[in-house]
Design a binder for this molecule. Sequence first.
Ligand SMILES: O=C(O)C(=O)C[C@]1(C(=O)O)C=C[C@@H](O)C=C1
Length: 376
Amino acid sequence: MLDLLKIRGQIDGIDDEILRLFEERMQLCSDVAEFKIQTGKAVFDKDRELEKLKALGEKAGSDFTSHGIRELFQQIMAMSRKLQYQLLEKNAVEEDTPYIPVEALDTENVTVVFQGVEGAYSFAAMNTFFGSSVKNYHVAKFRDAMEEINKGNAEYAVLPIENSTAGIVQDIYDLLTVYDHFIVGEQIIPCQHVLLGVPGAGLEDIETVYSHPQGLMQCREFLNEQKGWRQVTLDNTAVSAKKVSEDQDKSQAAIASESAGEFYGLSVLKKNIFSNRNNSTRFIIVSKEKKYRKDARKISVSYELPHESGSLYNSLSHFIYNGLNMTKIESRPIPGRNWEYRFFVDFEGNLGDSAVKNAIRGLSVEASQLRVLGNY
Ligand SMILES: O=C(O)C(=O)C[C@]1(C(=O)O)C=C[C@@H](O)C=C1
């Protein structure tokens, strides 16, 4: 009979030895970092890592240990890189960045563009963020809003990015990677939809209901109970209210805010039709200028990863090693590249923080197409 305590004693001895060797190896990696600081050589040397993994894998005694040793050394070298990035940061090896820290955003004498029409939730988000006297205009499509700030016709665009019930607004995620704009703020607005119709109409008259796809989704349970209603999507909830008001047809209804109903002279046919009582939408404020407030606490980045085992895990380790709290992750398909994805990560921090600079430095080398989408 084997003696478990005795075996554990032997394992402890080996682990102590691994620990001592690990410390020794990391010390050598600090020396490598010093060399790299002096010479400007890049921390990440992919060829060297691949050679090492191949050589070590071949030396292992079985397929199982060969796989294991490669996985182990992948991690060890990833840790080595992170240590080196930290030393680069400590030695103030600064990288030029296009991001400009400011005390406060310029919200006076600016023009803001939003998608939709007056009465839309984005209109409410804009008024809450900038104040209702801000100079503004609206456009029909999300892309048009991005174009307007691109051309310099407006300083800021207000766009919905996420709803607490229906999830992300996919088009906005995709547009953020098409345009080189920057998220400088966010505004959460409670979205308490009502069913609107022309004055004199009743629930029994309704045959068609118009709304934004998210509006229909957020009121799914109510709509499922209404037999035979045709659901038609339009660009915006307030556009839907405008349409019903223009058509003056008793068989039409719109799902939009109560204030959109007031704006377009419609009656509330039914309140509380949304499934989630706390239904809210998060709007982002986008600018062409890459400015961030010195007290900004949230960063959004996007990046693409190679189709390799462990690539997502390795990318996320940059947040973990730098003690950064990741608050959200999303993925979107990359157009034209089936089954490859772009990742969107939000985490807490400010672009001026050392930990953030470290994480971004590491990620920018190890993931492709890293974009800092904003700090707000
Ligand atoms: O040899 C180097 O240049 C190192 O930085 C060391 C090391 C390692 O830990 O083995 C770490 C990072 C490089 O990508 C390659 C190898």
